[in-house]
Each structure stands twice: as structure tokens, then as C-alpha cells.
Design a protein around this ligand. Structure first.
Ligand SMILES: [Zn+2]
Length: 309
């Protein structure tokens, strides 16, 4: 059974139960990470996951609620390694390479710490205790700026991206689709409901969609573009023909105990598959389905929130 580990299922405003976005898909014995928002590394340890479980990280975009724990994750992964592990491969829209360089490159913000840990006897002896052999290797992160299309093809999985519609032209945003023999799952990232993301998700098993608030709240503020609410998430899931919808990036209104059932009910008025409003530090099962008899249905009248080109 494939799994979705939810590390972060909120937005930029911290509340006791939610802060930022971060997810790990566990499929076919491999763990692949999507976004690295606040405290992702700490939340991993709370879920019995470890940075060295992760060889691939995909950023949807570079708002801080999706990437601020990136240095912590890279440094912890490096510090816990004994120099024999795989390099970390990181993919994201533009700025991914430059952010990586500015953090852990030779002139990066953390070059001082990396230098200290590679050269001081205290850190060297801890490294040897863990089983490493001196000299301590440099941090090994391979960052790639990517755009829409096939982003990565591995032995047992493929990642495809589509352009999301969020805060352009300031930041580019991508939605990602992960295809494996054990199923396909799509992350919308932060976006308004749009055709390109629906197309990316056609025939996938699960859609992990931003769902910031009740649609009525967004409808009442037409300038608040670039985000998805209850009905938008439901319409994208329905039109893409996915079987399961996981709601993430859930705002404080919708996540309040007295509101969540009403939110789920609203989603179910449009989408008749399984709906889960996710919580942080929880693991959810999802699975491969038979899509052979499904045909995608585009219905602008039934799905008015989807932005079409
Ligand atoms: Zn964002």
C-alpha cells in the first residue's frame, strides 16, 4: 500500500496544529519528498522518518512556508551521514539552484558551520563514532531548476510538472505528478484551480490539493487570486477523474473543529471519490486503481472555478 506522510498541512500563518507545507510519498519502498516547509526535519523525526530516507526533494515554489526548513534538512542529512550515502537531488522552479548555493555553497550562509564540522576534532570524532572515515566529505546536494514537462525519470518512478498559477511573475510555481508501478499521485502545490493542473492529474489515483478555505470566502474577495478553496479542489479532482482527494495547505478557518465536517461536505457536493482533510504528523494510505474505463470529462458549467485558457 502506498502512503502519504503529511509533515506540514498548513500555510504561512502558524497555528498550534498546522504550519507550512511538506509531504513524503512512500511508494514501492522509496520515499520522495515534496516541499520542505517549517520544521519539516523535526516533524520527520516525530514520525519516525529520517532525512537520510530521502534522496529526492521536489519544491513546488519558493514561498517560505514551502522551503524554509531546506537548510535544516540538508545540514541534518549531511551531518547524520557517514559519507557513503546517495547525494541529495533537489528539483524546483527557478531559484532552486541559487537558493541552494546561497545556503550551502562555498560562500553560503552555512559555509561557516560546514567548515567547522568538517575540521574541528569534536565533530570529526562524532563522525568517526558514527562509522565515518576522515576527512569528512563536502555536503553533496545536486540542485536543478526545472519547468513544466518531464522533470525526472528514475528506475522506478517518473516526475512530471505542470505550471501552476500562484504568484507569477514574482515566483514560478509547479504542480507535480509522481508515476510509479504502484500508483500515481499529484500535488497541486499552491495554485488557483486551473486547466494545466487538471490535465496533469488526468487518471491519477490521488490528488493532493491545496484547500485554503471555504470557497465562499475566496469568492467574496475576487482579488485574492492564486489559491484554491473547497469547491476549486473538488472541481479539479472531479474533472481529473482521480479516486482520492487529500486536502492540504488548510487554513485556520477550515481546520477549526467546528468547520471541518462542513468543509468536507462542501467538497463532496462536487467530487464523489474519497475525501480526506489531512492533519499534520499523520500518514494516509492511498492505492492504485483501475482507470481503464474512465474518460476525462471537461465540464465548464459544472466546474466554474477552474481557470481555463
Ligand atoms: Zn505559496
Amino acid at each position: 500500500m502506498a502512503k502519504l506522510h503529511v509533515l506540514g498541512s498548513g500555510g504561512p500563518r502558524p497555528i498550534a496544529t498546522r504550519f507550512g507545507s511538506s509531504h513524503i510519498v512512500d511508494v514501492g519502498g522509496r520515499k520522495i519528498m515534496f516541499d520542505c516547509g517549517p520544521a519539516s526535519t523535526y516533524k520527520m523525526s516525530k514520525m519516525d522518518l529520517h532525512p537520510l530516507d530521502i534522496d529526492y526533494l521536489f519544491f513546488t515554489h519558493h514561498h517560505f512556508d514551502h522551503d524554509v526548513d531546506y537548510p535544516c534538512f540538508m545540514l541534518t542529512r549531511w551531518d547524520e551521514s557517514i559519507g557513503k550515502e546517495n547525494p541529495l537531488s533537489v528539483f524546483g522552479p527557478n531559484h532552486t539552484e541559487s537558493i541552494t548555493e546561497r545556503l550551502v555553497g562555498e560562500e553560503g550562509a552555512f559555509a561557516y558551520d560546514l567548515n567547522a564540522r568538517r575540521n574541528h576534532p569534536l565533530s570529526q570524532s562524532m563522525f568517526e563514532l558514527r562509522g565515518g572515515t576522515l576527512p569528512r566529505p563536502q555536503i553533496n546536494v545536486k540542485a536543478h531548476d526545472v519547468g513544466p514537462g518531464t522533470v525526472f525519470t528514475g528506475n522506478d518512478f517518473e516526475i512530471t510538472a505542470a505550471p501552476a498559477e500562484h504568484v507569477e511573475p514574482f515566483l514560478d510555481s509547479l504542480a507535480y505528478r509522481l508515476d510509479t508501478l504502484d500508483g500515481s499521485i499529484v500535488f497541486t502545490g499552491d495554485t488557483e484551480p486551473c486547466e494545466k493542473v487538471v490535465e496533469l492529474a488526468y487518471g491519477a489515483d490521488a490528488l493532493v490539493s491545496m484547500c485554503g478555505n471555504f470557497e465562499a470566502v475566496y469568492d467574496a474577495r475576487p482579488d485574492d487570486i492564486g489559491q484554491t478553496g473547497t469547491l476549486g479542489a473538488a472541481e479539479m479532482a472531479a474533472e481529473a477523474g482521480v479516486k482520492e482527494l487529500f486536502l492540504v495547505h488548510v487554513g485556520p478557518d477550515l481546520s477549526a473543529l467546528e468547520n471541518r465536517e462542513r468543509g468536507i461536505a462542501e467538497v463532496k457536493t462536487v467530487f464523489d471519490g474519497e475525501v480526506t482533510l489531512t492533519d499534520e504528523l499523520q500518514t494516509y494510505d492511498w492505492q492504485k486503481h483501475d482507470h481503464s474505463r474512465d474518460a476525462p470529462v471537461t465540464d465548464p458549467e459544472a466546474h466554474p472555478h477552474i481557470h481555463r485558457h
